[in-house]
Ligand binder design. Structure first.
Ligand code: SF4
Ligand code: SF4
Length: 222
């Protein structure tokens, strides 16, 4: 497999996500409910009984870079995102490894900012979030194949950049690992553990049963 630098991996990742986002926007979103008219905007991101989005190491770095470059975020606002992530990890018991099925745990997403929305909407949104919208009819919901295809490409990119030293983990947990003020010791420790695995990505990936059931469940209000 061809090795890639992290910078090159990030560039390819962003292009792939942008293509997926455009595809969903043009072909499916016209049939979805308008989020601007939503009586409970952002509940799909903050409902701690519903959200179990997982991301990879490369996506976490992409999110960190998006937060770093977003001009409208002050340093305090940026720090508040990482503080929310840390609080979510504690509150919802999000852990890496230890035999836990991390997909069984749900959380309120720290990347949702009331009045603004998803802080990474334009540049580094996770694939299930790109796929998600509220539809009145099941037949209008985008097929999961597109999301899976994007996620397989994301896995391949992680392998090209990090070898086996990455995993699918809940977004808040990844944010604490790539937090620029966290020192990186925990990420280095986990990277050594992951690198020693026989099968890269051995942690349950996007095809796990729990994830299929929960992660991109559309909210239907009829
Ligand atoms: S996706 Fe649905 S729940 Fe979320 S803001 Fe849009 S309309 Fe509201
Ligand atoms: S990443 Fe964005 S769209 Fe996805 S759950 Fe978090 S705030 Fe919502």
């Amino acid at each position: 497999m061809r090795k890639l630098s992290e910078a090159a991996g990030l560039a390819v990742l962003q292009r792939g996500k942008a293509a997926f986002q455009t595809h969903v926007k043009l072909n499916f979103e016209p049939a979805a409910r308008d989020c601007r008219m939503c009586p409970t905007p952002g509940v799909c991101c903050t409902d701690a009984h519903f959200v179990n989005v997982h991301i990879t190491r490369l996506e976490a770095v992409a999110i960190r870079e998006t937060l770093r470059r977003t001009p409208r975020l002050t340093r305090d606002e940026r720090r508040a995102v990482y503080a929310r992530a840390r609080a979510a990890v504690e509150r919802y018991g999000l852990r890496a490894g230890g035999g836990d099925d991390t997909y069984a745990r749900t959380y309120s997403c720290p990347l949702f900012e009331p009045g603004v929305g998803c802080l990474v909407h334009a540049r580094s949104k996770p694939a299930p979030c790109i796929q998600h919208a509220c539809y009145d009819n099941w037949e209008d919901v985008p097929p999961l194949d597109f999301q899976r295809q994007t996620e397989r490409r994301v896995e391949q990119l992680n392998a090209q950049v990090y070898g086996a030293a990455w995993a699918w983990l809940p977004t808040p947990l990844w944010l604490t690992l790539v937090d620029p003020d966290a020192g990186g010791a925990e990420l280095s420790r986990l990277a050594r553990v992951w690198a020693a695995r026989r099968t890269p990505g051995a942690h349950p990936g996007p095809d796990s049963r729990a994830q299929r059931q929960r992660r991109s469940l559309p909210v239907l209000r009829i």
